[in-house]
Design a protein around this ligand. Structure first.
Ligand code: HEC
Ligand code: HEC
Ligand code: HEC
Length: 195
């Protein structure tokens, strides 16, 4: 599989159809649907009037242009939200501050997987070891599997930002990539070195 990047346009043989489907999902997800019209809540239920509307709650947070329109990592980092870390006092919170560089042999920019941002929301056991072995280079990752809802796609496109945001994952340029100006060129400090 090869990908060619010309400025903002991505031409990717074989994946084009899947992206068209994804793009239509992300268009549907624009804005915040009222609870009474979302097809999930019963508009006749007495509680429908009591519940806070998503727009009222979410429009105050750092906005995103996709998904559910909130840039959640930034909302947390800026202190706009302060979620309770656990229900039980004996729960051990584990944050791991290390980046893994994935997709070192492909044509797309390298994928930087940030542990810190993930472990601020999730426990190690959400991923290790049933989704990913905790060992650099030990996983057979594939964009097709991700698009089919496996690996990163278990969450991205479901509860985390959608897969149409290619460069949020493919964020580290390699020589030969035609870059968007916003892409970082250097390998971030603390990253797992190329293997
Ligand atoms: C949630 C993170 C994520 C998003 C979003 C994402 N990818 Fe990927 N992608 C990956 C990972 C992880 C791999 C690594 C597979 C490997 O190690 O070989 C990958 C691999 C690939 C590959 C194969 C390797 C290569 O570089 O040639 C292509 C092509 C690709 N992605 C294209 C895309 C395109 C196009 C988009 C946007 C429509 C996209 N990806 C969005 C995580 C992501
Ligand atoms: C959202 C999923 C996810 C969560 C949560 C997660 N990891 Fe990982 N972890 C990964 C991925 C993806 C890799 C990359 C493996 C590779 O290189 O193929 C990885 C690799 C690792 C590695 C090997 C690379 C390195 O950094 O040395 C260790 C160790 C590790 N994780 C520890 C942890 C610990 C400890 C936690 C909890 C504090 C945790 N992980 C939480 C997805 C996750
Ligand atoms: C168990 C769920 C889960 C899995 C699996 C997962 N992620 Fe995430 N990811 C999240 C959540 C939750 C966030 C924070 C919310 C958001 O940004 O939408 C996040 C955020 C991110 C961010 C944004 C960090 C920032 O600074 O904005 C990147 C990049 C990312 N993930 C890449 C990946 C890659 C690459 C993989 C696969 C190797 C992966 N994720 C697998 C849940 C997951």
């Amino acid at each position: 599989m090869r990908a060619y990047i010309f400025l903002d346009k991505v031409f990717c043989l074989g994946l084009a159809a899947a992206f068209a489907v994804l793009a239509s999902f992300s268009v549907q997800a624009q804005g915040w649907e009222s609870l009474r019209k979302d097809g999930i809540h019963d508009p006749r239920a007495p509680a429908a009037k009591e519940l806070q509307e998503p727009a009222a709650a979410l429009s105050k947070l750092t906005t995103d242009n996709t998904g559910n329109m909130v840039r959640w990592v930034q909302a947390l980092e800026k202190g706009e939200i302060n979620p309770r870390a656990s229900i039980r006092p004996d729960t051990k919170i584990r944050v791991y501050d290390s980046d893994s560089l994935l997709n070192l042999k492909g044509g797309m920019p390298i994928v930087r997987f940030p542990h810190r941002q993930h472990t601020q929301w999730l426990d190690c056991s959400n991923c290790h070891d049933h989704l990913f072995k905790a060992e650099a280079g030990a996983n057979q990752l594939s964009m097709l599997k991700i698009l089919e809802g496996e690996q990163c796609g278990v969450c991205h496109g479901a509860v985390a930002f959608p897969l149409t945001e290619c460069f949020r994952c493919h964020s580290v340029a390699r020589p030969g990539n035609v870059l968007r100006p916003t892409l970082p060129i250097a390998i971030p400090p603390g990253a797992v070195p190329p293997r």
